[in-house]
Design a protein around this ligand. Structure first.
Ligand code: NAG
Ligand code: NAG
Ligand code: NAG
Ligand code: NAG
Ligand code: NAG
Ligand code: NAG
Ligand code: NAG
Ligand code: NAG
Length: 810
């Protein structure tokens, strides 16, 4: 910097202050043989006559790079650095670069070991020059060029520099790492200037799908070299002497000599012409004249990942720069490499195919205008398909990672995805499949099943999927052995089922973190407080059970019961994702459903439509049927009521809290009433000395069905002006009365036109409900029968009076 001034007095003044190492450079930029520079923090460089450029050691990482930089520009951007076979040559502190007659420039480490030398043909180097063009030149006595930095470009070209046949520019790996990156600009020997992708770490150059080509490869008039001329023009000079500009119509700042210019292949693959006003100390950035390619995200190619890594999505920002992001459910393979590949958080698993409803394992996120185009990504095309079909097709196909819908075409795509982009011009939708739960938790300490606290035993094979196949195999093997032996010893009852659950074991701490210290409390459920929380990508409901552990017996029961619940997979059941069993605490982690309870939905002011209500009723029936008959161990819910039915984002009904009543009301069976359930919904056999069967749920379902039909509570405590409508205060009685008297329209109200017009179904449903609430459990149909009655596939006969003995419930 001292040399920026041109007056010789100041020069002399500074000369006195200079360390010995820099002596040997005159103010014409000349460096005599025998001169050297040492790598220190505050060492002086060799400057060009104008002081614009400097040659010296530049600190990089914890070492030094021999480099050339703009000395007067803030941050002193490098235009060249010593680079060999894809890697910068990093010199430790104290290294020395010397100009010798025999070898030109020689770089040695502090112990005198040679790190690099310029290969000059003869051993007669006379002097070097740091030229004002930014070129460092080693010349012979008769001024022939023996070596020059312009012949060994890294990622930048300067005015007056050319790129000859086979010349290359290399992008950096990233902003801070100067190793060879993923892009290369080469002037090929066919005369074409081409911007290609590079495979790392092999450095293989993909000829396929170049980002840019100058199209100057035609034999008779092919390109000769790439020229960056003094006036700032960048062009391929052709054999006929005419230029082929890399970018036409770009406007250079004027007057050109008042600006520094450079063209750089940036680490993100964009090749740009930058300028910076000379003499300015205020401006902190470089402006762009042009940049290529026009859209780096729009690559088409059969090989390689594209501008971003595999599975990534490339977006072009306003300055034609790519930004990369992972699709939902994916994260960066290398968290420090924003431009790198993305991996699915949980790999798709075809081993679960058939055993589990895919809808239970996976969900999709929709991204607009996103595509991974090209046949290389596609394995299936379905036509004509609409949105719903396309989404479902991917969800149910364990191979499918993403489905793209455009017009009526549905493309199924597999991993890894390449050339991903978001592009406003593409008017399609991408359905990205992701695994609902973050199942990457403590997979590695699983096989260490400890007898005292059987934490690991409920976790399954699928939790292990994050690891490689080989490790999986080994772990599963070890795990199965350990698991079976323990269960054969301790819990023979569940030996055949334990392996099929997908439950994750959480620590109390993890759940405290997930729920932000048990803060957000969407509700108090039947058996405890429910907190909202976040685990990985998913929102969860964490239920803290009221009942504390009392004895070992209960603890055993807890495990057995949780194991049974964990095996249930049905679209109309709320999924149990995991649990926590620590000291006195028992917590259950469920998927979170966003649309509240059926009670809120049914009894609020605006009535849901008849169609929605019938869908909900059928869903509940289907879920109950599953619990009673289709899952491996029969589960009697015992507490069916609208508060225990939750609605997901599509308003699908999902039964919650199943399997808990047995566990949590166990001690109540010894009490006087022994009733499990809620007033208004409990079957009469609870009050009598009768065996309790699945028919208690049928009864509760019947009451619920009436509520769904009528949109009112089964027991209404009328508070309006002391006027109690005795007839209608108990829904079950009133419904039967209306049915008998043929006034069923009264049940649904005047505003429910949809239901009125669907009178046949309405009647059938009412009769079904009345069959369900028969006092005699034997008269009640099974849930299988109920679903058939609701669907209308069996005839529904006229029900008898449900309560012939008129026992008042509650
Ligand atoms: C710098 O390079 C230019 C172009 O090659 C040349 O004309 C000029 O003489 C050089 N300056 C020095 C000081 O060598
Ligand atoms: C740059 O990246 C390469 C390849 O990943 C690595 O070997 C090297 O250590 C990195 N250098 C620095 C300075 O981080
Ligand atoms: C070569 O020239 C022909 C005819 O002018 C043209 O069609 C073709 O695209 C050119 N090829 C390249 C690589 O420039
Ligand atoms: C640079 O190239 C442009 C376009 O070919 C030309 O007009 C201009 O004269 C050139 N400048 C120099 C200094 O050669
Ligand atoms: C560069 O600086 C100019 C002036 O300060 C500013 O207008 C411009 O937006 C900056 N460009 C970038 C890319 O930051
Ligand atoms: C575009 O992205 C680059 C790199 O992420 C960033 O430096 C630049 O500021 C962005 N430009 C705009 C206009 O957003
Ligand atoms: C899954 O869990 C791990 C460990 O807790 C976490 O690092 C990761 O970010 C989670 N993944 C997602 C998608 O949230
Ligand atoms: C129910 O879900 C839909 C779709 O996600 C949403 O728009 C609506 O606001 C939700 N309603 C409630 C009450 O949360």
């Amino acid at each position: 910097m001292a040399f920026a001034t041109s007056t010789s007095t100041t020069f002399l003044f500074f000369l006195l202050l200079l360390p010995f190492s820099a002596v040997g450079q005159a103010d014409d930029g000349r460096v005599e043989v025998g001169s050297s520079l040492t790598a220190t923090k505050d060492g002086s460089p060799w400057l060009s006559p104008s002081g614009d450029f400097a040659f010296g050691f530049h600190p990089h990482a914890d070492r030094f790079l021999v480099s050339i930089w703009f000395d007067k520009v803030p941050a002193q951007p490098l235009v060249w650095y010593l680079f060999d076979d894809g890697n910068p040559i990093l010199a430790p502190a104290g290294s020395k670069i010397e100009l010798t007659a025999e070898n030109g420039l020689v770089l040695r480490d502090p112990r005198g070991q040679q790190l690099w030398r310029s290969d000059i043909a003869t051993n007669e180097a006379a002097y070097g020059v740091m030229n004002d063009t930014g070129n460092f030149v080693v010349r012979s006595r008769n001024s022939n060029v023996l070596w020059q930095s312009f012949d060994h470009p890294t990622n930048t070209l300067l005015p007056t520099q050319t790129l000859e046949i086979n010349g290359k520019l290399f992008s950096r790996l990233n902003e801070n790492n100067f190793s060879q990156g993923r892009f290369q600009l080469s002037f090929q020997n066919d005369g074409n200037l081409v911007l290609n992708m590079v495979n790392l770490p092999t450095k293989f150059v993909y000829q396929d799908g170049p980002f840019y080509t100058s199209n100057t490869a035609n034999g008779s008039n092919s390109g000769v070299r790439l020229i960056f001329n003094e006036s700032g023009q960048v062009y391929v000079l052709r054999k006929n002497g005419l230029p082929s500009y890399v970018e036409t119509g770009a406007t250079l700042p004027t007057p050109t000599p008042d600006f520094y210019h450079r063209v750089t292949l940036d680490f993100d693959g964009v090749f740009s012409h930058y300028y910076y006003p000379k003499g300015s100390t205020r401006v902190r950035n470089w402006s762009t004249v042009w940049s290529l390619p026009e859209n780096i995200c729009s690559r088409m190619g059969q090989r390689g990942s594209g501008a971003c890594g595999y599975n990534s999505i490339c977006r072009l920002n306003d300055s034609r720069r790519p930004t990369c992001s992972c699709p939902p459910g994916f994260s960066l393979l290398d968290p420090d490499d924003k431009y790198g590949s993305c991996k699915p958080d949980v790999e798709l698993d075809c081993r679960e195919d058939g055993r589990v409803a895919m809808e239970d394992l996976y969900d999709t996120t929709v991204l607009l205008n996103t595509d991974w185009p090209g046949e290389i990504n596609d394995y299936d095309l379905l036509q004509p398909y609409d949105e719903q079909d396309c989404r479902a097709a991917c969800l149910r196909d364990c191979m499918c990672a993403v489905a793209i819908l455009k017009d009526d075409s549905c493309w199924k795509k597999k991993l890894p995805l390449t050339n991903g982009r978001e592009d406003g011009g593409f008017s399609g939708k991408a359905f990205i499949k992701f695994t609902k739960r973050n199942r990457t938790l403590p997979s590695l300490n699983l096989p260490n099943v400890d007898e005292e606290n059987n934490k690991g035993t409920l976790i399954t094979i699928s939790t292990l999927l994050g690891t490689s196949m080989f490790i999986n195999f080994a772990l599963v093997g070890a795990f199965c052995l350990g698991f079976l032996s323990i269960y054969q010893k301790k819990l023979p009852k569940v030996e055949q089922v334990g392996l099929e659950t997908n439950l994750q074991v959480f620590t109390h701490e993890e759940l405290a973190e997930a729920t932000n210290g048990f803060k957000e409390e969407p509700g108090r459920g039947a058996f405890g407080i429910v907190y909202k929380g976040t685990i990985g990508m998913s929102t969860v409901a964490v239920k803290k059970l009221d009942r504390a552990v009392r004895d070992g017996n209960w603890d055993k029961e807890f495990k057995t019961e949780i194991n049974v619940i964990g095996q249930t997979h049905h679209k109309n059941l709320v999924r149990l994702l995991g649990f926590c069993q620590e000291k006195e605490q028992r917590l259950l982690v469920y998927e979170f459903l966003c649309n509240g309870t059926l009670a809120d939905y049914l009894f609020r002011n605006a009535k849901p439509s008849w169609n929605q209500r019938t869908q909900i009723a059928k869903s509940i029936a289907s879920g109950l049927l599953y619990l009673h008959e289709e899952c491996s161990t029969q589960i009697i819910h015992c507490d069916i009521k609208p508060e225990n039915i939750l609605l997901d984002h599509n308003y699908n009904a999902r039964i919650s809290d199943f399997g808990l009543s047995k566990l949590l009301m166990m001690d109540q069976t010894q009490t006087k009433t022994g009733i499990r359930g809620t007033k208004g919904y409990v079957a009469p056999e609870w009050f009598r000395n009768m065996p309790v069967t699945a028919k208690v749920d049928v009864y509760s379902f019947g009451v619920l069905l009436l509520e769904i039909i009528c949109c009112r509570r089964s027991v209404v405590v009328e508070e309006t002006a002391g006027c109690t409508d005795g007839d209608s205060s108990i829904l079950t009685y009133w419904a039967y009365d209306c049915f008998q008297e043929g006034t069923i329209d009264d049940l649904i109200g005047d505003d429910d036109m949809e239901a009125r017009h669907d009178r046949k179904s309405l009647e059938r449903w009412l009769m079904t409900a009345l069959w369900c609430i028969q006092e005699d459990p034997c008269l009640r149909p099974t849930m299988r029968k109920v679903t058939q009655m609701l669907e209308g596939v069996v005839q529904v006969t006229i029900p008898p009076n449900p309560s012939p003995f008129t026992i008042t419930v509650g």
